[in-house]
Design a protein around this ligand. Structure first.
Ligand code: DGJ
Length: 563
């Protein structure tokens, strides 16, 4: 070969090797990226909080759940997405049903999932998908017809009067396998279409499960299994966690002599309570199989939601018995290690009380369904500020979308999204608190940072538009500095040590733009004063001034000094 040609050939060869090695390298790092499980949305214990990580950053879900049938039509949903985004939601909770996903056994159709992912992405929204598989509100209406029609293979529960209900029995392994296989296909598909973009950030497995109209399944197989020994796995859990069990479970076990073996009535006694624990074990075991099969394909965080006990309920069966209500969490935790959170749907007015009942130290707090309106706005602030909640999510957000877009949740989310970086940091550091105030509970004292905060309904110079409830979320950002946000509240600050009185250096109203605080009005005079009985005030360690939000939700920055 002539010398010149040799030279060009050499250059060509070097070029090829360089390109090839760069490709191998980028393929390698792409693969590494794909396999790096920290990039898949996941839950992480961070300081004092368990938070949802999306693309390796903590993420506060300002969510809303669609009505049950909305996501079965992409056309119906099309105009909703931009409106939901305009209402300051960052995440939509949307059902995916088994019947439409696997209309024929083994034949899958994911066009609804694909369409939702595309529409959500277009509007910068994330999705939490709700797997309506074997159960939805205890019943089995969302199972495919080839399941519903085949009672032989997929038996239904039988109740006391000998009747079968349209509820798939959780005792049947074949049903669990069929449900798990479909869910696994769904997760595999989500990984395929979304494993890099992470529009889908979490999964709900089934919906408000449990048996209605009786305390347990009375089919032959259920009677037989109920008479068998309580699984060793559960007994071991009871023994290992004896001092931390929920009171009712501890009491039942204690009343029956803390036995280490025996059937359900030997260990927990005769009655509906033992029935309920048995059903809880069976539902939890079944759903864990489903979640496990799904996670094997794509391990997104997974939770199970609870239809919680209502005040009028007399026992399991009035509410879906065996579902993950707080009083049976121990059973669920023992039987379902692949479920990340047991999440209450809270429509009752005593929202704060229920949050505290369901909050677990070792699991994240998430509530998929709750109220809209003014109540909902207060709930959102409370859950996120007082319970380190990962989210807030009112139900049926697409129902009255034009009003919702301008309503209290939208306004609350606008404020919460500005505060999100501060909130997420404060949740980890334990420098956040919240209060919910109403007629029965008009005042609350909290200790946060270097001050005791006395939070009460606002004193009003102007009584127009006084809400039924007040709520405040408070973040300590420095030794004498706080951000407070909410509606219809006022706060008096007291130093938590020493004999000095707290006065305001300043109180600013304002907002965050791209993480930067932009001050608006400097509040003083009437906007912060409550009383000029200065001698009385001084005797109580007060100045007669407060940090107050009268017409919110709004954010204040408060700087204190002592005299
Ligand atoms: C709770 C269920 O989980 C939802 O799917 C929906 O049916 C609501 N109840 C209706 O209020």
């Amino acid at each position: 070969m002539p010398c010149k040609l040799k030279f060009f050939f050499l250059i060509f060869l070097v070029g090829c090797v360089t390109i090839a090695s760069a490709r191998v390298e980028s393929l390698f790092s792409l693969n590494k990226l794909r396999q790096d499980s920290t990039l898949i949305p996941h839950l992480e214990k961070r300081g004092k909080a368990i938070q949802l990580m999306v693309d390796n950053k903590p993420y506060l879900v300002l969510g809303g759940e669609l009505h049950n049938s909305s996501s079965s039509s992409l056309e119906y949903m099309k105009p909703m997405w931009p409106k939901l985004a305009k209402a300051h939601l960052n995440t939509v909770l949307a059902p995916v049903s088994w019947e439409l996903t696997e209309p024929q056994k083994g034949k899958f159709d994911f066009h609804l999932v694909d369409g939702m992912i595309q529409q959500a992405r277009k509007n910068n929204l994330h999705l939490i998908l709700l797997w309506f598989g074997s159960w939805k509100n205890g019943q089995s209406h969302y199972a495919p017809i080839w399941v519903k029609k085949n009672e032989q293979q997929f038996p239904l529960v039988k109740i006391k009067n000998g009747k079968h209900l349209e509820i798939l029995s959780p005792l049947n392994e074949q049903t669990a396998q069929a449900d798990a296989a479909a869910f696994a296909q769904l997760m595999k598909h989500i990984k395929h279409v979304d494993g890099e973009k992470h529009t889908v950030i979490m999964m709900q497995v089934e919906n408000e499960v449990g048996i209605l109209a009786d305390s347990r399944d009375r089919s032959n197989i259920a009677d037989k299994t109920f008479a068998e020994d309580v699984p060793v796995q559960l007994v071991r859990y009871l023994q290992d966690n004896k001092n931390n069990l929920r009171k009712n479970i501890y009491q039942l076990w204690k009343n029956n002599g803390f036995k280490a073996s025996g059937n359900w009535t030997t260990i927990f006694g005769e009655g509906t309570a033992a029935d309920e624990l048995f059903m809880a074990w069976k539902y939890a075991h079944f759903i864990n199989e489903v979640a496990k099969a799904g996670k094997k394909e794509y391990p997104l965080p997974m939770y199970v939601n609870a239809w919680i006990v209502q005040p009028q309920d007399k026992g399991p069966g009035d509410y879906p018995g065996g579902g993950p209500q707080a009083h049976v969490h121990d059973i669920w935790k023992a039987a379902a290690p692949d479920i990340d959170m047991l999440s209450p749907d809270i429509y009752l007015p005593n929202f704060a009380e229920i949050c505290n009942e369901y909050k677990e130290n070792d699991k994240g707090f998430f509530t998929p369904e709750s109220r809209s309106g003014e109540d909902g706005a207060g709930n959102a602030f409370y859950a996120i500020g007082a319970c380190n909640s990962i989210d807030y999510s009112p139900f049926g957000v697409d129902g009255n979308i034009n009003e919702f877009e301008k309503g209290p949740i939208s306004k609350a989310y606008e404020v919460l999204s500005q505060l999100a970086p501060l909130i997420l940091k404060a949740q980890c550091e334990g420098t956040i608190a919240a209060v919910s105030l109403d007629k029965n509970n008009p005042r609350q004292k909290i200790h946060l940072g270097n001050y005791i905060l006395d939070v009460e309904r606002r004193h009003s110079w102007d009584t127009i538009g006084v809400a039924d409830k007040g709520y405040a979320l408070i973040i300590a950002t420095g030794p004498d500095e706080y951000f407070v946000a909410g509606n219809d509240f006022q706060i008096t600050f007291f130093p938590d040590s020493g004999s000095k009185t707290a006065g305001f250096d300043y109180v600013e109203e304002g907002f965050f733009e791209q993480g930067k605080w932009l001050a608006g009005r400097r509040l003083n005079g009437d906007e912060i004063s409550t009383s000029i009985r200065l001698a009385d005030m001084a005797a109580k360690g007060k100045t007669g001034t407060v940090a107050r939000v009268a017409k919110g939700p709004a954010i204040l920055k408060v700087k204190l000094y002592r005299f």
